[in-house]
Ligand binder design. Structure first.
Ligand SMILES: [Zn+2]
Ligand SMILES: [Zn+2]
Length: 437
């Protein structure tokens, strides 16, 4: 999508500032602005010191951008001929910002205008959002708490590991998005792991999910912290609910949260218990999305960034789209970044996490890539857990299954990670919910 604006500037406007409004529609991932005008006197052929000198500047027009609230997103004087803005990244001098639909303004500074005036041509281009599969780690610690790396080091490690996003979740240490490094291809999500003697929870995507201090002594104080985080738009996950050192002892029914962290670090007893809890919530009719995080502090033989990985179908790599996809359950979890991948759909508009009305003709389509020989695919409902396929060789699997009754259907891929070891989850999906009409 592309829009051209020709703006004539009168000589009388020299020395003044004004704005040109333009509209950003719904669903824009990247805004690009380019401008051009006759800056130099082309007739000027001065030769200085036998070198062709710079031509005389007859027009100098400055550039900037304001958001719908009139806040300055960036200015670049007359230094840059173009800039771009997106949520995770922008041209230096411009603040990475979500492209909220509405009326934005180009800031024009008429620093110098020729006696005959000047026409400035602005080209505004939108790159539209589209669903992408992004991989990330939603639970990490840095030197701000008990990790050994800086956020910048985590970003580079994530890039090398093939991750698209990392949430920085230090114990009771908030971090603002502006303070996190910007690295092309890796979105750093501001977060905090609210860490209490009676349980841990992540608050993601807002700079300051609660005021005052993390410490609470009553259920009411704890509820107030969760409620404030929810009101401020944080994504809230209940972390490692059965981890021995830090079980979640608060009553989950009294606290608002968006996701259950059923897979924390290496697969083990406490995670299997969390998956069991989740299964019982689903069976009770609660549509609860899941998430995963490595709880990375430093590399050990069993702990690495992206172990496990949360894979989301998000509309862009902006924090708000990633968190929105998690809330919708448009996600599955894998043991590592380089693991089987999954597409699961009931029709073109219904993917994992979504609900659709059940009918006797309902079907679900499964597509899995990067299976290893011996992998087992299981489909799990409230009533049963059925192996539907055992891979005889490495590769791809596709199947459409009839959905015989309403309820949720989720998928797990199980793998023997070493010969002789029992099968453990290599992938866990959110369900598709087939609702009884
Ligand atoms: Zn924790
Ligand atoms: Zn942690």
């Amino acid at each position: 999508m592309n829009q051209i604006i020709n703006q004539f500037i009168e000589p009388a406007q020299q020395g003044s500032y004004f704005t040109i409004p333009f509209n950003i529609p719904q669903g824009v991932e990247v805004l690009h602005v380019r401008y051009a005008y006759n800056r130099f006197n082309e007739q000027d052929t001065r030769i200085e010191n036998r070198i062709i000198g710079s031509k005389e500047e007859v027009n100098i027009i400055d550039l900037g951008l304001l958001d719908p609230q009139g806040n300055q997103v960036g200015t670049s004087g007359s230094d840059k001929e173009s800039f771009f803005v997106s949520e995770p990244l922008a041209t230096p001098g411009y603040k990475p910002s979500p492209l909220i639909p509405g009326e934005w303004q180009i800031l024009v500074g008429a620093y110098k205008v020729a006696p005959e005036g000047v026409t400035v041509t602005y080209e505004i281009t939108f790159t539209l959002k589209k669903p992408n599969l992004l991989k990330g780690d939603l639970h990490t610690h840095t030197i701000a708490s008990d990790g050994v790396h800086t956020a910048e080091e985590l970003a580079w490690k994530a890039k090398r590991a093939g991750l698209d996003f990392v949430a920085v979740t230090d114990h009771n240490q908030m971090v603002s998005a502006d303070a996190l490094p910007r690295l092309e291809g890796v979105t750093l999500i501001a977060g905090v792991e609210w860490t209490h003697y009676k349980g841990h929870a992540n608050f993601l995507g807002v700079d300051k999910p609660f005021d005052g201090c993390f410490a609470t002594n009553t259920a009411e104080e704890t509820q107030a912290i969760f409620q404030t985080a929810r009101e401020r738009g944080a994504l809230i996950s209940i972390n490692h609910p059965f981890e021995e050192c830090c079980q979640f002892q608060f009553d989950m029914n009294t606290l608002p949260f968006d996701c259950l962290e059923v897979w924390n670090g290496p697969m083990r007893e406490s995670n299997l218990k969390a998956i069991g809890l989740w299964q019982s919530m689903l069976a009770a009719g609660k549509k609860m999305p899941i998430c995963a995080g490595s709880d990375y502090h430093k590399d050990t033989p069993f702990i690495f960034l992206g172990g496990p990985t949360t894979c989301v179908y998000a509309l862009s790599n902006g924090t708000s789209d990633i968190l929105q996809a998690l809330r919708q359950g448009h996600a599955y979890l894998t043991f590592a970044p380089d693991a089987p991948s999954l597409k699961m759909s009931a029709d073109n508009n219904t993917i994992m996490g979504d609900s659709i009305d059940w009918s006797k003709d309902s079907e679900m389509k499964i597509e899995v890539d990067k299976l290893l020989a011996g992998d087992v695919i299981r489909l799990i409902t409230a009533q049963e857990s059925q192996p539907v396929w055992k891979a005889e060789k490495n590769g791809r699997f596709e199947m459409t299954i009839p959905v015989e009754q309403p309820g949720f259907i989720r998928l797990e891929i199980l793998r023997a990670f070493l010969p002789g070891l029992p099968l453990l989850p290599a992938l866990i999906s959110n369900p598709i919910y087939f609702d009884a009409k």
